[in-house]
Design a protein around this ligand. Structure first.
Ligand SMILES: NC(=O)c1ccc[n+]([C@@H]2O[C@H](COP(=O)([O-])OP(=O)(O)OC[C@H]3O[C@@H](n4cnc5c(N)ncnc54)[C@H](OP(=O)(O)O)[C@@H]3O)[C@@H](O)[C@H]2O)c1
Length: 271
């Protein structure tokens, strides 16, 4: 898909990866961008940056967990600013906790934003794309959608689910000339991970790098865009030697009793 002259809607566009994607789409010649997130002030700041590139911008300050409002505002947005050719589902939240100490409200928020929010907006936009027989949808998953990591159980579960959702829609919507793909960033330096304890040995990438990989991937028919050698290595290792990767992940995970867990996994006596 060539983005030149097209209209795109990006969720999670107020900061981080979504903001970088919106700016990259503007640089690549998008005609109009619709930006969705909760924080109206930050959205307005991103809009100014994009307008300076000569691209039309519409900001939609929305909480994706408020489903009725999302449906009303997006239906109006399509009517007033559509048709939308590209939907990038990037909004997401992540909480890190050992599973036994995890909190239900945080788990519910991850499911509500990462999955129900994505489902709601995708259904609304995909129906209209089907009517115009054209569209592309990019769902932002994660490397953690391929390789589940200790301390991130629900987040990983939502990101695995996004890959299943994407694969199913890809088959189902092809008949309407709607292409669906997933973007799988690995650790990226954004607000999301500043609060998290990082996994050892993982080198973060910039949001701009992720955005460039997405735009490059739009032209290709690949169902999934994996970014960086670390991601390719992890996915390859998971396929060829899953037990080895499980051990590496336990060693890398930010858990207090890392050594003890590692020995347990190896069935060695615990001293
Ligand atoms: N950073 C990483 O290492 C990494 C790695 C792999 C995948 N990802 C994925 O990439 C995506 C973007 O992450 P990021 O790192 O850029 O995170 P971020 O900097 O924390 O940005 C998250 C974005 O989602 C929006 N958002 C959160 N809750 C929302 C809600 N209820 N309604 C509407 N918008 C909401 C936020 O905007 P407001 O706060 O203004 O609402 C913000 O724009 C996520 O799906 C994440 O899972 C991130």
């Amino acid at each position: 898909m060539n983005i030149k002259g097209k209209t795109a809607l990006v969720t999670g566009a107020s900061r981080g990866i979504g903001r970088a994607i919106a700016l990259e789409l503007a640089k690549q010649g998008a005609k109009r961008l619709l930006l969705v997130a909760r924080d109206a002030t930050r959205l307005a700041e991103v809009a100014i940056e994009i307008e300076m590139l000569g691209v039309e911008v519409v900001t939609l300050a929305l909480d994706l967990t408020q489903l009725v409002e999302v449906n009303i505002v997006l239906a109006q947005a399509w009517r007033d600013h559509g048709p939308i050719h590209l939907l990038v589902n990037c909004a997401g939240v992540a909480y890190q906790a050992p599973f036994l100490q995890s909190q239900l409200p945080q788990v519910q928020e991850e499911i509500n934003v990462n999955l129900i929010g994505m489902y709601t907006i995708t259904r609304l936009i995909a129906r209209r794309m089907a009517a115009q027989r054209e569209g592309k949808i990019v769902n932002v998953s994660s490397l953690m959608g391929k390789v589940a990591a200790p301390t991130m159980a629900t987040y990983s579960a939502t990101k695995f689910a996004i890959l299943g959702f994407t694969q199913a829609l890809r088959g189902e919507l092809a008949v309407h000339n709607i292409r669906v793909m997933a973007l799988l960033p690995s650790l990226t330096d954004t607000d999301m991970v500043r609060e998290l304890k990082w996994f050892r040995w993982v080198v973060p990438m910039t949001p701009e790098r992720v955005a460039q990989a997405l735009v490059a991937g739009l032209d290709k028919e690949s169902p999934e865009i994996l970014i960086g050698w670390q991601s390719h290595l992890a996915v390859w290792c998971n396929r060829i030697a899953p037990m080895l990767l499980e051990r590496i992940l336990l060693m890398a995970a930010p858990m207090k009793d890392r050594q003890k867990r590692y020995r347990r996994l190896n069935n060695s006596p615990i001293t």
